[in-house]
Structures are given as structure tokens and as C-alpha cells.
Design a protein around this ligand. Structure first.
Ligand code: B3K
Ligand code: ZN
Length: 847
């Protein structure tokens, strides 16, 4: 990538014109859709620029007019320029586009015979010429002409006639929130009365045949609407809210104003075809997209550098919602698992960037875990620092002050400063600095005073060598040696490189419980004995830290085992106690009995300067699983019967938690009974959660062949279930067979590789199979590289995203590094690489 391709935050200038009104007419045709636009512009008094540049890509311009007179604009790279009057004027043009030939799934494209759009971040410029930037907001009226039974766009419907429909969206919005859908769709209807008594029509639009998979998504939508009214005081603002499910979609879903578009995989659900995990994810994503109506749509981003303004806040809100719906302790643990697994990994490698980056080449490459999940963590810290009451006040002020704005992180922080009187200048580093701080803890007990001394350090990240201290809210509680809590949770506010906090008047040295609820996204480094970790696993009153103590102990054990050690007895006994403790929530027990992933172990080794060996980590994992399975062998059959959930399936948290623990018990038992119990479980499974968990157990002990064939036969017509069939075989393969299994799957007649869900099912599973992907002979690297090269000309967003499989390549030994580097270079040297993948590979390869 050359320097000219890079876009800098510091170069921001407002657009020279205000868009007063937008009129679009779509004349739909699969290969030759015509888009006629009529746009009212006025010079922008707040901008010195009068450069009339409209973005446009892959458009065939038929004609253009200004105030009714023909003009001939200069067609330049990425758009057009035209001389315009220095007063208000009307721009009109007609372009032709080719939805069917659009395989990038950005702009207007076709999926299974239906037209649909994806405009965030810069897709609208593939539809017509327009100032395609989020700070240009306007009111849109859209007319659709096409021979399709259902024609949808943003806002409220105004008229519909023979093969046409018109929509008007009264809320000014940036072009990235534009959407259009046309197809033979069936609707699953719903109703909602808002807090001020307005009736809203709800619809979930699906392909014929999918009507039976809509009820849960519709309920999730209503719950989200109620929750946002009750918790944030936010009411829906149109007469209608439409959700459409599409099969070909680059990500999860999209919050287009009044017309959310969803990947079918994250909105369609039934007990027979969806797991508990699917149900939970659907509820969360429906909520996330709905919550964007205020945090994203009514208040949007000034420019794409501010992406975490809407994404971090909306993730934070959906996390709160799921916590309220399904329990906060388990939700927090799951969120931290995701954060550590994705964001910490990203932050420790060549792709590390701040939640608010200050430069990019391709914005689509910045829809990252750092922007989303770390963006949410930063808000969680703010809430810890200011407290719940002030948080609410600040948010009320944010909505009051910025409704209708395209805002910045500065605006966001100012709202908190004004609402609370705090100076957040130092806190702002969380937005501008990359990298995960490591927090070292030392303690001392003297004359009844217990002192904790913290030291924070952040390793250099690309382009940021010098790291200044951040504000870190550290939630701490103290336990006495009997396991009773003597100091309930309090927040210590760390602002310096090294800082001590003392607790006086104690009769004995306490056991500290540090970073409760995971109050800051840092790596805690504390030299503790396995005994103390086992103590916290048994006694900590903070459920997150109770779980994390077990996790840390298991991680240490795995690390020891990679160097020839054996399973820690304290861990085995601690897990036994947790498994037997019927006072603990089954979902919590299921999480506590899970082992740290192999990538997690590799990352911990690498942070200590030890080169991880994927094969040794795999073996340590297998051996520890065996040891736990043996040590708790009497518990598993008991859990299988206690956690059975007979009767009709319900996706609620309580039965789902029982099924999770049931699944864990079955997985361990399979390690010692050769798959006998899993075979029975497969035969008697009453829902997809049970069926899939039994199948996974059978695959992991290499007894899955019969069940796998039966599964395919049963589900061959269901594309979403077949994605599971593809993915599971790779995920649960041995390191020796995983690459070959993936290769075989690519030859399967149902391997429709241009469908993102199918491609991800196989290659997402491959890149997450630690020992399989990082196989010593480089076969994992080569296979992923081959397919990224193959898919890239069709869909650069997917290939760029999947290239992150390589982001940890520098952790490993010289031979593996050489093989990964060769694969990356091979991608990099491919002619006509997409800008998306080109930027990613350049960054991953590093200087
Ligand atoms: N805002 C969209 C993501 C768009 C991704 C563009 N590459 C979905 C979401 O975060 O809700
Ligand atoms: Zn979002």
C-alpha cells in the first residue's frame, strides 16, 4: 500500500455542500438496474471547500443535469467532479448498475433471487453518485419499480401500486443507512405499542418456507424495544420496523433505518435447527441492530474514525440487555472470553490499533474486535468510574445534545465531563492508544495494613512506541483466610505507572480478589500459588473472579504440562467441588469446567517469551481433559441425569444452562467411555443443541462417521444446519486430519464457496483449529492462502476478515514462521488483490 492510499483523521474537513433532500427511483433489472437520483444541494457555510466531488464506483453514468440543464461531469478515480453554481441547485443523474454481477455483497446485489443492499461503510457509492460520508445526512424518498411482490426501503411506506412502491424516511440519515430489498418474501408480522402510545407495525421478511423460524426473532425485537424504553428512555420513531433475512451476507446484520437486514444465520431459529448458542446470539444481534436506531442512526459518526462511538456503545448496550435477560455473571464471563480470545489477540500482534484509529486504507478492515468489544469495555470502565447514576445522566445529556448529529469521541467524552465534572483527558488514552496494558501486582502485609502495589506497562504497538499510563478502574475485594469477605468490592482508581493502595485495621493477611467483574481490559499478572487460586475458585464471592481463578489455574496447569508437568491436584479437586455444587448456576458450572483454548495457552506462553509448540499444547489439552474426565468420573453420569431437560424445548437461560452443563458432562464422559453415552444422546436428541453436542463428542473421539452421515441425510435441505455440518467436522478433527478434512469438504457438491456462511464454516473452523492450522508442515497456512487468493476477486471483505487467521504467525518457531510468511507473501504477490486483503496482508507481514 502506498502512502497516498492512506486516509488520516487529521485531514478531516466538512463537505462543501449540504444535502437538503434526496429522491431516488430504482428501475429494477437483474443485470441492468437504473437508478435516477434528484438531489438538492446548498453550499455549506461551515466549509471553505466548494469542490463538488461525488463518490461513485462501478457506475455507468447515462446522463447528468444541474438545475435541469445537461452537464458533463469529469469522471475521476472513485467518483466525479462537476462545476456547480455557488447557490442552491438540483443535481440529477441516471446510472446503470449490475446487481447480479455484484459478488462483493456491497452496494445493491442479489441473493437467491432477491435484491438487497449493504451500504455501510462505503457501499452507497456503488448505487449512485453521492457524497458517501457519514457526516452528510439527508431526508430520503425512494421509489422502487420492479416486478417483485415485496418492495421495501427505509422509513414509512407512502404509496404502493402495480409493481411499484414509494418510501419516505423523515429522519435525516447518512447514505450508509440506506437500504432497499425486493423479492418474493413472506412476512411474519408483529405489533408494538411505544411508551407514548404509538402503534408500530413490525415485520420479519423471509424466504417462503422459513416462516416457521421467525417467532423467536420477533419476540427478541419486542423485548429490545421495551428494554430500550425502560433502561435508556429511547422510543422507536417510525410507523414501521422491518427486518429482512438474507442468505448471502458478509457479516451478521445491518442497522439500516427502519429496514434492518440480517444474515439468515442470526435471525432464523427453531428448536430443531438452532442451538442454545444460536438463540442467544440472535437475541443479542436483534437487540444490537435495534439499539443502533439511537446509538448510530439518530446520533451517527462524523467520520469512520469515530466508528467505536456507535459500535462500542451499541455493543455495551446489547451486553447490558443480554445480562438483564439471561444473567449478568455468565454474560460477563462469556464477554471476557470473547474479548481475550479476539481482542487481546489482535492487540498483541501486527494488527493492533486503538479503538479510535487515526489512519486507515480500507475502513471495512476496521470493523474489529478492538472497535467493537474494546470500545464497549472502555464504556464499561467509564461507568465504573462515574457510577450508575452519573452514567445515566451523561447518557441522557448525550441524547439531548447530539440527537441528529454526526458526532465524535470528543463530543462523547465532553458529555461525561459536563455531566460529572470530571476531567477525562487522561482517560481519553483508552480511545487513542493501542495495546493491552499489563498490570503487575505486588502485596505486603505489615502491622495490620495490607498494601497492594500495581504497575502498568503496555508494550509498543505498530506506530506507537511510547505508552503513557492510563486510568484503570480496579475493582478489588478482600477475603479473610477462612474465605469470608472482609472488604466488599470497591473501585481503586489507578492513574500512574506505579501506584499503591492500602487497607488498614486487618487482623490477618487477606486474600485479594483483584479486577472483579473484569473492571478493565488489562492482563493481570500476579504471581500467586495454585493454592491461592484454588482458594479463590472455592470462596470468591465475585462470580467472575471465582471463574477466572479456575481459569488461571487451568492455564498454568496447561503451561506446565507443555513442559512435562502433570495436572494440578488443586485444579482437579476444585473442579470436582464446582461440578458437585448444586448451589451454583449450571451455566456457570459449565463455564468453570471448560478449559482455556489452545490459542489462549499459546498467547500466554508467548507473552512470557516462550515459543509455543502447537503440538505440545494440543497434547497437554488432551491429557488434561482425560485427567479431569477420570477425576470426576462419578460426577458425569449424575450430571447427565440431573441436567436432563425433558419436555418441550425452551431457549430460556435456565434450561439452556442445564443443557450447557449436560453437554460438558457428555464431552468429558466421552473421553473415557469411548463415545457410548454420546451415541445414546445422539439417538435420543430432541433438539439441535443436544444433537450437535452429541455429534461433536463423537467426532472428537473419532466415532462420528455414522452420525455424520445420518445428520447430513436429515438436514441436507437446510442450509443453516448444513453450515454446522461443514464446520463441525473441521473443528473437532485431530490436528493430523483437520487440513485433509477441510480439503475434502471443499470438494463437496454443497460447498458453495461464494456464500460467506459456507466459506466461513470451513475456513473459520480451520483457522481456529490451533494445532491443525499451525501444523508444522505448513499445510494449514497453504490451504487458507489458496482459498483467500481464489475468493478475493469476488469478495474482498470476506478474504480480508479471514486473513486474520495469520495474525499470530510471529509467535511460532522459525520453521512455522517461514511457512506462514511464504503463504502471506504468496497472497501479497497475487495480481489485482482487493484493497481489503492487500491492506491486511501488508499489515500482518509487518515492516
Ligand atoms: N454496522 C454493521 C456493520 C457494518 C460492517 C461493514 N463492513 C453491523 C453492526 O455493527 O451492527
Ligand atoms: Zn453495530
Amino acid at each position: 500500500m502506498t502512502v497516498q492510499d492512506t486516509i488520516y483523521l487529521s485531514d478531516y474537513t466538512a463537505f462543501g455542500f449540504i444535502v437538503e433532500d434526496v429522491h431516488l427511483t430504482f428501475k429494477l433489472a437483474a443485470n441492468a438496474t437504473r437508478v435516477v437520483s434528484r438531489i438538492q444541494f446548498t453550499p455549506n457555510p461551515d466549509s471553505p471547500s466548494r469542490d463538488f466531488f461525488l463518490h461513485g464506483e462501478d457506475l455507468n453514468l447515462k446522463w447528468a443535469k444541474i438545475d435541469g440543464a445537461d452537464v458533463t461531469p469529469d469522471l475521476v478515480a472513485g467518483g466525479l467532479r462537476c462545476a456547480v453554481p455557488d447557490v442552491a441547485f438540483t443535481w440529477e443523474c441516471e446510472v446503470e448498475i449490475d446487481p447480479e454481477g455484484n459478488t462483493s455483497l456491497e452496494g445493491l446485489y442479489m441473493s437467491g433471487g432477491m435484491y438487497c443492499t449493504q451500504c455501510e461503510a462505503e457501499g452507497f457509492r456503488h448505487i449512485t453518485y453521492y457524497p458517501d460520508r457519514p457526516d452528510v445526512m439527508s431526508v430520503f424518498t425512494v421509489r422502487i419499480e420492479g416486478d417483485m411482490p415485496v418492495l421495501l426501503s427505509n422509513g414509512n411506506p407512502t404509496t404502493s401500486g402495480e409493481a411499484s412502491a414509494e418510501w419516505h424516511d423523515p429522519w435525516p440519515k447518512p447514505a450508509y443507512l440506506f437500504a432497499l430489498v425486493a423479492g418474493d418474501l413472506r412476512n411474519y408480522p408483529g405489533q408494538f405499542k411505544t411508551m407514548s402510545g404509538r402503534d408500530v407495525e413490525l415485520n420479519l421478511w423471509v424466504r417462503p418456507g422459513d416462516e416457521g423460524k421467525c417467532a423467536f426473532g420477533m419476540e427478541a425485537l419486542k423485548k429490545s424495544m421495551t428494554w430500550d424504553e425502560e433502561v435508556y428512555g429511547r422510543e422507536y420513531d417510525l410507523d414501521i420496523f422491518n427486518i429482512v433475512a438474507v442468505d448471502d451476507f458478509n457479516m451478521g446484520a445491518m442497522e439500516n433505518k427502519g429496514l434492518n437486514i440480517f444474515n439468515s444465520a442470526v435471525v432464523l431459529a427453531s428448536p430443531e435447527t438452532s442451538t442454545d448458542g444460536n438463540f442467544e446470539r440472535i437475541e443479542a444481534i436483534v437487540a444490537h441492530e435495534y439499539f443502533h436506531n439511537w446509538t448510530g442512526n439518530r446520533i451517527t459518526c462524523r467520520d469512520w474514525f469515530q466508528l467505536c462511538l456507535k459500535e462500542g456503545l451499541t455493543v455495551f448496550r446489547d451486553q447490558q440487555f443480554t445480562g438483564d435477560m439471561r444473567g449478568h455473571a455468565v454474560k460477563r464471563i462469556n464477554d471476557v472470553l470473547t474479548l481475550r480470545g479476539r481482542q487481546f489477540r489482535e492487540d498483541a500482534g501486527p494488527l493492533s490499533h486503538p479503538p479510535r484509529p487515526d489512519h486507515f486504507v480500507e475502513i471495512n478492515n476496521f470493523y474489529t474486535s478492538t472497535v467493537y468489544e474494546k470500545g464497549a469495555e472502555v464504556i464499561n470502565m467509564l461507568k465504573h468510574l462515574v457510577g450508575d447514576v452519573d452514567y445515566k445522566q451523561a447518557l441522557d445529556l448525550y441524547f439531548d445534545r447530539h440527537d441528529g448529529d454526526a458526532a465524535t469521541i470528543e463530543d462523547w467524552l465532553k458529555v461525561f465531563e459536563d455531566a460529572t465534572g470530571r476531567d477525562l483527558a487522561q482517560f481519553k488514552r483508552w480511545y487513542t492508544d493501542a495495546g493491552t496494558p499489563h498490570l503487575k501486582v505486588a502485596d505486603r502485609f505489615e502491622n495490620g495494613t495490607y498494601t497492594l502495589t500495581f504497575t502498568q506497562t503496555t508494550a509498543p504497538t505498530p506506530g506507537q512506541d511510547d505508552k503513557k499510563p492510563r486510568v484503570i478502574p480496579i475493582a478489588v475485594g478482600l477475603l479473610n483466610p477462612n474465605g469470608d469477605e472482609i472488604l466488599p468490592t470497591q473501585i481503586l482508581e489507578m492513574t500512574q505507572d506505579t501506584q499503591s493502595f492500602s487497607f488498614e485495621g486487618l487482623s490477618a493477611k487477606p486474600v485479594p480478589s483483584i479486577l472483579r467483574e473484569f473492571s478493565a481490559p488489562v492482563v493481570l499478572e500476579r504471581e500467586t500459588s495454585p493454592k491461592e487460586q484454588a482458594f479463590l475458585l472455592a470462596h470468591d464471592t465475585d462470580p467472575f473472579n471465582k471463574w477466572d481463578a479456575g481459569r488461571a489455574l487451568a492455564r498454568e496447569t496447561l503451561i506446565n504440562m507443555t513442559q512435562g508437568g502433570t495436572a494440578d491436584q488443586g485444579l482437579l479437586d476444585g473442579l470436582l467441588a464446582v461440578a458437585r455444587d448444586n448451589g451454583l448456576d449450571p451455566a456457570f458450572r459449565a463455564l468453570a469446567l471448560g478449559l482455556p483454548g489452545q490459542d489462549d495457552v499459546a498467547s500466554a506462553l508467548s507473552a512470557r517469551g516462550i515459543t509455543p509448540d502447537p503440538d505440545k499444547i494440543w497434547r497437554a489439552h488432551q491429557t488434561l481433559k482425560q485427567a479431569i474426565a477420570q477425576h470426576l468420573q462419578d460426577v458425569w453420569p449424575r450430571l447427565l441425569s440431573e441436567m436432563a431437560t425433558p419436555g418441550p424445548y425452551s431457549p430460556e437461560a435456565e434450561p439452556a444452562g442445564k443443557r450447557a452443563l449436560h453437554g460438558v458432562a457428555l464431552a468429558y464422559l466421552s473421553q473415557i467411555d469411548g463415545g457410548a453415552a454420546a451415541n445414546d444422546a445422539y439417538a435420543s436428541a430432541g433438539n439441535m443443541t443436544e444433537q450437535l453436542s452429541a455429534l461433536a463428542c463423537l467426532l472428537s473421539v473419532e466415532k462420528g462417521e455414522t452420525a455424520l452421515a445420518a445428520f447430513r441425510e436429515q438436514w441436507k435441505e437446510d442450509r443453516l444446519v448444513m453450515d454446522k455440518w461443514f464446520g463441525l467436522q473441521v473443528s473437532f478433527a485431530s490436528p493430523e486430519t483437520c487440513v485433509e478434512i477441510a480439503v475434502n469438504l471443499t470438494h463437496d457438491a454443497d460447498f458453495n464457496w461464494k456464500n460467506p456462511n459456507r466459506f466461513r464454516a470451513v475456513f473459520g473452523a480451520l483457522m481456529m483449529h490451533h494445532a491443525g492450522f499451525h501444523r508444522a508442515d505448513g499445510a494449514g497456512y497453504d490451504l487458507l492462502a489458496d482459498w483467500l487468493i481464489k475468493l478475493d476477486p469476488f469478495n474482498g471483505q470476506i478474504t480480508a476478515r479471514m486473513s486474520t487467521g495469520f495474525e499470530t504467525w510471529k509467535r511460532y518457531d522459525a520453521d512455522r514462521q517461514a511457512k506462514a510468511q511464504a503463504a502471506l507473501k504468496r497472497i501479497n504477490e497475487t495480481a489485482d488483490l482487493s484493497r481489503n486483503l492487500g491492506e491486511m496482508v501488508t499489515r500482518i507481514l509487518g515492516a
